[in-house]
Ligand binder design. Structure first.
Ligand SMILES: [Cu+2]
Length: 118
């Protein structure tokens, strides 16, 4: 009886999780991401986005001026003052795109990463 109950519990978990996994796969990565800035790093909601038009929004949560520069794309925000928000719309093909803050020493201290497009 105990074994039967365990088997039933396993079947229930499979039945509930399978459709969720299927829909997540069908949806794929998001077409938007949030990149909040701070000393020193970008707090991102995702590092993987869907190819096509990608909207990146964010806010400078720190006390210094920051920017967001996709070095290989030559796309960047203005210098964002503390407390201010930004929006960057990119057309992205699948690939890996490094990003940094170009204020001296900010990238070395952690304001860098790579956005993966699938
Ligand atoms: Cu910075």
């Amino acid at each position: 009886m105990r074994r039967l109950r365990f088997a039933f519990a396993v079947m229930l978990v499979v039945a509930v999780s399978a459709p969720l996994a299927g829909s997540a796969f069908a949806a794929g990565p998001p077409a938007r991401a949030t990149f909040n800035m701070r000393e020193f790093g970008f707090d991102t909601t995702t590092d993987i986005v869907k190819a096509g038009t990608v909207t990146i929004t964010g806010k400078n949560m720190g006390n210094s001026v920051h920017n967001l520069v996709f070095t290989t794309l030559k796309k960047k925000t203005a210098f964002i003052q503390p407390g201010k928000s930004f929006k960057l719309v990119l057309k992205l093909a699948p690939g890996s795109y490094p990003y940094v803050c170009t204020i001296p020493r900010h990238a070395e201290n952690g304001m860098q990463g790579t956005l993966v497009v699938k």
